[in-house]
Design a protein around this ligand. Structure first.
Ligand code: GAP
Length: 453
């Protein structure tokens, strides 16, 4: 696909997100704030479905992982010990011509020296370190003693609570602690829609193990995480595994993979899977003076566990899901004339709305009553949407555009007016194939639940 087509595709995706209530610019009526986004009524459902599925697979369906929900603000000592206060920075460059502030790796170099990507100017400052953490003050006094930061990753809460969680969960190595939550980074140049934001969510697992298991578990988690993306509907051939080279890896990591996705704006990281050795727990043990060791009952040895960390971005994955789902095809309109159909082909498991229920006509009381009965029948199991306005074809299209995988239509056959054997049956339409089947109302919960889980 050409760059122009990819750029146009991205434009269409951004505009669909706003038009149908997936993602809005934060503080839009005041001109917005760069790098910050709000999820609308459908976006919040999509995001929740993704997080719930991650939690199901990573915590509920395993015996060796427990959860945590840590605070966003923590003692500043955490960020000193983790190394974030001193080193969590990007090299920043200013363009003296157009005053743009840039990350050094965004400069272009066409063989004639470094240039500003905005104006082509070459009058650039030397790179200097810019710390990405948002600073704030806790309590009434705004001085050095009250400084802390909004967390730039969720992982540190897991490390500093390692001992508490170990004691209450009574887990044996290897075991993991999982967390989903907000993280904040004052990115120099937020861009590509929600891809690089200043406020975002992470889904992180810290999987603690013995040193000798680290490299094997790194492979294991890389494979598990690839399966996860396939299970939410991302095509395997759009996913790539980058082995982070030695010189780009954190000094304490013995191996890191980036799981990347082919976004319309290029191949970019969705998740990092890193073997972080015993670096984090050792740092916190040293700085806090509290033991973070594990006692092995069998060997009677005490040691600091190693850790393998799959760390995924919620917002990036949501964006990948939308990009992956976006498609246009040809379908007949009410009069049989072919028209372009916009469809979000979400996997039913993560689709914001699972099923839409339509009475064929809104002014026919019995049809409306039956349709509402079906809504009540399905609601305890899934998010259902009721729509009675407009021609049925239009109603289908509106649902296709937001990725609703199933549509149920209540028609005169449902009332058994022509053929009593069809009483209490409905048409069940599948979004992608547009195929319709006749199904008994009583069978709907089982059929749909089996397809959306
Ligand atoms: N605890 C390890 C850690 O935070 P990271 O590679 O810096 O590692 C992990 O971040 C994931 O968080 C990334 O793969 C990405 O999905 C997400 N992420 C990081 N910075 C982000 C940003 N500015 N906007 C959106 N997502 C971001």
């Amino acid at each position: 696909m050409s760059t122009v087509t990819d750029a146009q595709r991205m434009e269409k995706i951004v505009s669909l997100c706003k038009r149908r209530g997936l993602i809005f610019q934060s503080s839009e009526i005041y001109g917005g704030l760069n790098g910050l986004w709000d999820y609308g009524p459908l976006g919040v459902e999509l995001k929740r479905n993704l997080k719930n599925y991650w939690w199901r697979v990573m915590v509920h369906e395993r015996d060796d992982v427990v959860g945590l929900d840590g605070s966003i603000l923590m003692n500043r000592a955490v960020w000193k010990a983790s190394g974030h206060e001193d080193t969590f920075s990007d090299p920043m460059v200013d363009c003296r011509s157009c005053k743009a502030r840039l990350r050094a790796d965004q400069l272009i170099d066409k063989g004639k020296g470094r240039q500003c990507p905005n104006c082509g100017g070459k009058d650039l400052t030397e790179p200097r370190a810019f710390n990405l953490m948002f600073k704030t003050y806790v309590g009434a006094t705004e001085d050095e003693s009250s400084v802390t930061y909004l967390r730039p990753e969720t992982a540190q809460a897991i490390f500093v609570q390692f001992k508490n969680v170990l004691e209450v969960s009574r887990k044996k190595l290897p075991f993991g602690i999982a967390q989903i939550g907000k993280a904040f980074r004052n990115e120099i140049n937020p861009r590509n829609f929600t891809f690089r934001s200043r406020e975002f969510e992470q889904m992180e697992l810290e999987y603690f193990c013995r040193a000798e298991e680290g490299m094997k578990l790194l492979e294991y988690w890389k494979d598990e995480r690839l399966k996860f993306y396939e299970n939410i509907g991302i095509a395997r051939d759009k996913l790539h595994v980058l082995t982070v080279p030695d010189e780009e890896r954190a000094f304490y990591s013995k191996g890191t993979y980036d799981i990347e996705y082919d976004f319309p704006f290029g191949r970019q990281e969705l998740e990092g899977v890193a073997y972080r050795t015993d670096y984090d727990l050792s740092q916190h043990q040293k700085a806090s003076g509290k033991s973070l060791e594990y006692f092995d009952e069998e060997t009677k040895q005490k040691f600091i566990p190693h850790v393998v960390e799959p760390s995924a971005g919620v917002d990036r994955t949501v964006l990948a899901l939308i990009c992956e789902a976006y498609s246009e095809d040809q379908a007949p309109d009410e009069k049989g004339k072919m028209e372009t159909r916009l469809v979000l082909r979400f996997h039913p498991r993560i689709a914001p709305i699972k099923c839409a229920v339509f009475p064929l006509l809104k002014n026919k009381e019995q049809l409306v009553a039956k349709a509402k009965e079906i809504v009540d029948l399905l609601r305890p199991q899934m998010f259902v949407f009721y729509d009675e306005s407009g021609a049925i074809g239009r109603r289908y299209r509106r649902q296709d555009e937001i990725g609703t995988p199933f549509g149920i239509t209540v028609d005169f056959e449902t009332l058994g007016e022509k053929d009593s054997t069809l009483r209490d049956t409905v048409t069940l339409r599948e979004r992608d194939s547009m195929k319709q089947e006749r199904v008994a109302i009583k069978d709907l919960p089982d059929i749909l639940v089996s397809r959306i889980r």
